[in-house]
Design a protein around this ligand. Structure first.
Ligand code: SAH
Length: 358
């Protein structure tokens, strides 16, 4: 077992089995061994590839979307352009470059990057070395100063920890991470039933609850409803809350056992967009979508952007642009193309008119 595994095993021996939420939080955010704190997971040599890393078109279109959202909101004073989990900073760099067509946006905003990883903060600072607006890093969304907020979160909500409940004859019991007879980590069930869960389902059914995502959405939507602005969420997930679980562990572009080598794989769940919309509405904000990433990018004109880029490109570059377009917007095998599995959702101040793409 690796060092984090030993630390988790010691914790379980002391305090008893952990909820999946606690286990995921330790794997991803442990200050010494956490997945995001220890490594740069992106790219061909890493564990996974995200849309902004596939093509500059993704961040550019989002940058233009933000300038339009800013105009729709009436170009408010004191506005902030916020990114949650900026990774290597590619999306923000592409977005700010594209936003040069709207100087009134660039001169009005300050940028806030919400990022826990010191290593990724460094990458972001490099990627944004020539950026014009003032940039500040924040440990959590709560630290972003007040003001109308224009927020983007790409592949961020999937990284927030979730809980699982399993239907047994007696009722719903929480799935926990405990120790097996050999001392290895293994899944088990809490002894007590969950009195607050009343969903009827067959024995063996699983409910996945992403409490962390819903709490964060409640906080953000409350700020948007009070101070104005909009948040664009793009992630893989589903549009209707349903039974079943979607925990996955990915390392080196392959699925691995989530309990083996904790902290060395990206642990995520699919995003429940319906639950996010409900949390936002309850906090006084308005939701647009979700729509699929493919539809969203097409509506924003990705085809035209690809054609413009292709005009000045070599044949090899043209093939790359075509491949990126297919990967970002295509439908079919979800391991190859993102167009359908990924969704876009906008959460806004209730007075904001419908933004582009929805
Ligand atoms: N948006 C980027 C990166 C996605 S990966 C892209 O599309 O390429 C998730 C990002 O969120 C990483 O930058 C990770 O360090 C950060 N992150 C994960 N959990 C976080 C948390 N709880 N608080 C702040 N940042 C977090």
């Amino acid at each position: 077992m690796n060092a984090l595994g030993q630390e988790i095993a010691a914790l379980i021996a002391l305090e008893g089995p952990l909820t999946l939420e606690r286990y995921m939080a330790l794997c991803l955010q442990h200050p010494r061994y956490g997945y995001y704190l220890r490594r740069d997971p992106f790219g061909a040599g890493g564990d996974f590839v995200t849309a902004p890393e596939i093509s500059q078109m993704f961040g550019e279109l989002i940058g233009l979307w933000m300038t339009e959202a800013f105009a729709l909101a009436g170009r408010p004073r004191g506005a902030r352009f916020v990114e949650l989990g900026p990774g290597r900073g590619a999306l923000m760099a592409d977005a700010l470059r594209a936003a040069r067509v709207a100087p009134e946006f660039l001169s009005a905003i300050e940028v806030d990057l919400v990022e826990t990883s010191p290593r990724l903060r460094e990458r972001q600072a490099q990627a944004l070395a020539n950026a014009v607006p003032k940039i500040s890093w924040r440990d959590s969304f709560s630290d972003v100063p007040r003001g109308p907020l224009f927020i983007v979160a790409n592949e961020f909500f999937d990284a927030l920890p979730a809980r699982h409940f399993v239907r047994t004859p007696e009722g719903w019991r929480e799935q926990l991470v405990g120790l097996g007879e050999t001392g290895a980590l293994r899944f088990g069930l809490a002894p007590g039933i969950e009195p607050a869960l009343h969903v009827e389902a067959e024995e063996g059914s699983i409910i996945e609850v992403n409490g962390a995502a819903q709490r964060l959405m409640t906080e953000i939507a409350g700020r948007l409803a009070r101070d104005g602005g909009v948040m664009l969420v793009i992630d893989y997930g589903y549009t209707q809350t349903s039974l079943g679980e979607s925990l996955q562990a990915v390392a080196k572009h392959a699925y691995v056992d989530p309990l083996e080598n904790p902290g060395e794989a990206d642990l995520t769940t699919h995003v429940d967009f319906a639950a996010l919309s409900r949390a936002a509405a309850a906090a006084g904000a308005k939701a647009f979508g979700p729509t699929t990433q493919g539809e969203f990018l097409h509506q924003l004109g990705i085809q035209r952007r690809a054609e413009t880029l292709s005009r000045r490109a070599t044949p090899e570059q043209r093939a790359e642009i075509d491949a990126a377009l297919r990967r970002l917007t295509g439908t079919g095998d979800e391991r190859e193309v993102m167009g359908e599995l990924f969704k876009a959702l906008a959460i806004a101040h209730p007075a904001l008119p419908k933004p582009p793409g929805f």
